[in-house]
Design a protein around this ligand. Structure first.
Ligand code: F6R
Length: 606
């Protein structure tokens, strides 16, 4: 949700910033811009345009003499995607330029104040108050780091800011509840919303704390907090730059769908102990605490919420614990529950989703222990939660989550073994069976993906449906919800997921011969009962595509995608087929699959 980048070094800043922005485009793509400080510090050149980075590129010079600059790719919150609202925003003297990710909640009041003092605004954004405020501080004699710190003290809301000015040979960044990472290279230093922006240049990163003033020059990055110089540890990013490239696929989404077997191997690597019927997850939850947990609450959004729904069923089955899953934006830690015996899982691929973070913080304030289940090392969720467990899926660039859903469910399945074994509610035998299925996931998903051509044809056959209904039961229900979400977000068609048993309580009225129904008919998805619901829709003329390991029912299906046997993880395998179905429906319609309209990958506003 908006991507920012900043560079200070020895090379031409222009191509480094534009390439970096291209890598950040999944965060927002309705306008883009760059501000470059000329070598002597005489001026700042600002280029910005509505539209994607490629639209901006047309207005950029071939090269620049600048070695310092900031860039931005936008997902609009305040003001439409126009040239004027695109970042960077500057003060009227043109001496300060700012890129921002987040929302400044008190901007209205600050803007009125600034207008009274004679400042003129050119955009409708909340961000534009910042360069004017910085300008005033500079005029009062503060240097850029002090000026940015003083301004940040006045801002309410969430922000990651990158600021350049003519009279400072470098840039200054600061964050508050918005992602910011610093890249430390060889005479080339960076700030960005995400490491993908600069991974081609350096894999050494630091994660600033909220309120750190980060001063970046060509040969140094320094951190200051509340006036004191502080050190921040330098980590090395484990994945290679190629992991964030398309690798010959037409879309990141397709590449990431195909990466699932490999991602799952990473997820489970070194964590399964089949002999002992146990897992090694390296989370330091005290034994007595695990035994005493009365309730697990899972907070998450979108696809991660669906992974949470899958986990609820597994945890309840194996770990003998009550589990509630809540959409993070609806979560409130109300009284009546015992916070000391409540463990809250924040499931979030990015680790930066504002709704999930705020639910997690609410739980923490109430005294509950929190565990972040995330893909992103150094993310806010990982740092703020009491414990973090990484799903290790590698970078996911396509806006629609695919491989991370599989890795989330695999990780949460391992967690259910962990809780089941620690709490004495899961026998070694049952644990071994589940572990065997987790181990079998990469191979089973590969077998499903091997049916890609057939699924592409099925997608072509049904693509012009009026609407699409996805049904399943038990572990099939979250997969039905997820299948429908994928189709909605990338194909822009009406798709709904239902617990199959609910059809007859209302949605059946929508079913016609023009509404294909996609059903999960596997172990773990109560295939006998689901088949009854399949017959109900068929008798109303709807074509049914079954993702099935349930041979007895296949004669009732119009089309079958075979799901290999994998016990309670079969619905997760079926999900990979639904991902391909959504992909090929959307591709046939010529949709912008990696950058669906109105969406952004990391939703850092509430
Ligand atoms: C859908 C999708 C979103 C995210 C949701 C939560 O394909 O990607 O629904 O799942 O925005 O994001 P994270 O997991 O980063 O918290």
């Amino acid at each position: 949700m908006c991507g920012i980048i900043g560079y200070v070094g020895e090379s031409d800043a222009l191509p480094i910033l534009t390439d970096g922005l291209k890598n950040l485009e999944y965060r927002g793509y309705d306008s883009a811009g760059i501000a470059l400080r000329d070598g002597e510090g005489d001026s700042l050149d600002v280029y910005k345009r509505a539209g994607e980075i490629d639209a901006l590129r047309e207005h950029l010079p071939e090269s620049s003499g600048s070695t310092t600059g900031v860039g931005h790719t936008r997902w609009s919150t305040h003001g439409e995607p126009t040239d004027a609202n695109a970042h960077p925003h500057a003060d009227e003297s043109g001496e300060v330029a700012v890129v921002h990710n987040g929302i400044i909640e008190n901007y209205d009041e600050l803007k009125s104040e600034l207008e009274e003092r004679g400042h003129q605004f050119l955009s409708e954004t909340d961000t534009e108050v910042v360069p004017h405020l910085v300008e005033e501080e500079l005029d009062d004699g503060y240097d850029l780091p002090d000026a940015v710190e003083r301004v940040a003290d006045r801002l309410e809301g969430s922000f990651a800011l990158g600021v350049v000015s003519t009279d400072f040979d470098g840039l200054v960044a600061i964050r508050q509840d918005s992602p910011l990472v610093v890249g430390i290279g060889d005479e080339a230093n960076f700030i960005a919303s995400d490491v993908t922006a600069f991974i081609e240049h350096t894999r050494n990163v630091c994660y600033p704390e909220d309120g750190d003033v980060v001063t970046v020059t060509a040969d140094e990055v320094s951190f200051r907090h509340d006036g004191e110089v502080v050190e921040r540890p330098v980590d090395e990013v484990e994945w290679e730059a190629e992991a964030a490239e398309k690798g010959g696929y037409d879309h990141y989404m397709l590449k990431e769908i195909h990466e699932q077997p490999q991602a799952l191997r990473q997820t489970i690597s070194g964590r399964l102990d089949e002999m002992a019927g146990d897992v090694d997850l390296d989370i330091d939850l005290p034994e007595e605490y695990v035994a005493s947990v009365e309730e697990i609450q899972i907070v998450a959004c979108g696809t991660s919420y669906h992974a949470g729904l899958y986990a609820k069923r597994l945890l309840e089955e194996f770990a003998d614990v009550r589990v509630n899953v809540e959409v993070a934006s609806e979560y409130e830690f109300t009284g009546g529950r015992d916070p000391w015996r409540t463990l809250v899982f924040a499931v979030t691929q990015s680790g930066e989703t504002a709704d999930t973070l705020s639910a997690m913080r609410a739980a923490s304030r109430a005294g509950a222990r929190t565990l972040a289940v995330t893909n992103t090392v150094g993310s806010t969720a990982a740092r703020e939660a009491d414990h973090a467990l990484y799903i290790r899926a590698g970078p996911e660039i396509g806006v629609a989550a695919t491989k991370t859903f599989s890795s989330q469910v695999a990780t949460l399945s391992m967690l259910s073994v962990y809780f089941g074994r620690q709490r004495g509610s899961l026998s070694v035998d049952r644990a071994q069976t589940l572990l065997e299925h987790i181990r079998g996931l990469p191979g089973a998903i590969q077998q499903l993906l091997d049916q890609e051509n057939a699924i592409r044809e099925i997608a072509g056959e049904y693509a012009d449906g009026d609407a699409f209904f996805f049904v399943g039961r038990y572990l099939g229900t979250p997969v039905a919800l997820e299948g429908a979400l994928k189709l909605k977000e990338i194909a822009y068609v009406h798709a709904e997921g239902f617990a199959a048993g609910e059809l007859k309580h209302g949605p059946l009225a929508l079913v016609t011969p023009e509404t294909p129904v996609l059903a999960v008919l596997t172990e773990g998805a109560r295939p006998d009962e689901t088949l009854n619901n399949v017959k109900e829709v068929e008798s109303r003329g709807a074509p049914v595509v079954g993702f099935s390991s349930y041979e007895r029912g296949e004669k009732y299906l119009d089309t079958v995608v075979g799901v290999p046997e994998l016990g309670l993880l079969e619905p997760l395998v079926a999900n990979a087929g639904m991902q391909l179905f959504a992909y090929y429906v959307a591709d046939g319609m010529g949709r912008a699959i990696d950058k669906p309209r109105n969406l952004a990958k990391s939703v850092t506003v509430e």
